[in-house]
Design a protein around this ligand. Structure first.
Ligand SMILES: C[S@@+](CC[C@H](N)C(=O)[O-])C[C@H]1O[C@@H](n2cnc3c(N)ncnc32)[C@H](O)[C@@H]1O
Length: 286
């Protein structure tokens, strides 16, 4: 535990000095109030407290395209600033989970000061215990090993959930995008649906032309082979964004066609397009 705290302090301290854009300086932030004045770098259960820079908090929420219908969870909420920014600047409902009781109380007072207490809830709890499965957006400023520890929980969330971090990635789950520039950056992901397996397709070419699609998947990266007209062809440019699967194939007249379908468990439905929809298709996982 001692080593873990030390490692956290060292890691975030290194980040603080190496990455001045992403860390909020003590001078430029309102750190507390008359009841509780936290110190930047103070120990936390699994990671020390360093507040995200205001501009970076907004950039993270912008990258996640946060909108009023979103429910944003900040894991390790500190003084509540990301949850508050989500409500105040993007109109979202937000929840911050913070282990340190004094910090959680401060965050609650900050939601009142910011006039968003009706939109932001602060939970004094542990991110590895509290349920955040209803979030549509998850924000994190933790540590690389904590991101990896929480990753399995995130990957079980509803496909399409957006995740954005300050500074640290999620190992071999490659990000969909980055936030910021140069060495100072955050990362953005969309939780992928499950597209893997062999699918029987109906409606290709607007007929009962039998077709199968075999998809391999690693996180959001997908590839596959389409078998149609008795011939196999690799699908091209395949992307999986949440439950939206998109790829192109070559039809019987040698035209490149785009397929866009939405996964729903072991079924999918969607369309084959040229510039506009040509015909509807469905798929069933075998
Ligand atoms: C680096 S700070 C980030 C604060 C805030 N999210 C921000 O970006 O400004 C990490 C916060 O996580 C809290 N923390 C550490 N371990 C935690 C855990 N297991 N559950 C909840 N909060 C935790 C710390 O107390 C600290 O306030």
């Amino acid at each position: 535990m001692k080593f873990r705290v030390l490692a956290s302090v060292t890691c975030l301290a290194v980040m603080l000095t190496a990455n001045p854009v992403f860390a909020q300086s003590a001078e430029s932030t309102k750190l507390g109030d008359e009841k509780y004045e936290p110190r930047v770098g103070q120990s936390g259960k699994d990671v020390i407290w360093v507040p995200t820079n205001d501009a970076v908090a907004d950039a993270m929420l912008k990258a996640a395209k946060v909108k009023p219908t979103d429910l944003v969870y900040d894991l390790g909420a500190g003084d509540g600033k990301i949850a508050i920014a989500a409500a105040k600047n993007f109109g979202a409902t937000a929840v911050g989970i913070e282990y340190n009781k004094d910090m959680a109380e401060l965050a609650k007072r900050n939601t009142e000061r910011a006039g968003v207490a009706d939109k932001v809830k602060i939970i004094n709890g542990d991110i590895f215990v509290e349920d955040f499965s209803k979030a549509t957006v998850v924000t994190m400023y933790l540590l690389p090993d904590l991101n990896l520890k929480i990753r399995p929980t995130i990957l079980k969330m509803a496909p399409g959930t957006r995740v954005v971090t300050n500074s640290f990635n999620m190992g071999d789950w490659e990000p969909d995008d980055t936030v910021g520039t140069g060495y100072a950056q955050g990362y953005f992901w969309v939780v992928p649906g499950n597209a893997a397996g062999k699918w029987s397709l109906k409606g290709m070419e607007g007929s009962q032309q039998p077709a199968t699609l075999e998809i391999t998947q690693r996180y959001q990266r997908v590839g596959g082979v389409l078998n149609i007209y008795g011939k196999s062809q690799p699908i091209l440019g395949a992307t999986l964004t949440g439950n939206r699967l998109k790829f192109s194939f070559t039809d019987h007249s040698n035209q490149s066609r785009i397929v866009e379908v939405t996964l729903n468990g072991n079924e999918f439905s969607g369309q084959v397009l040229e510039n506009s929809p040509l015909y509807s298709i469905t798929g069933t996982r075998n």
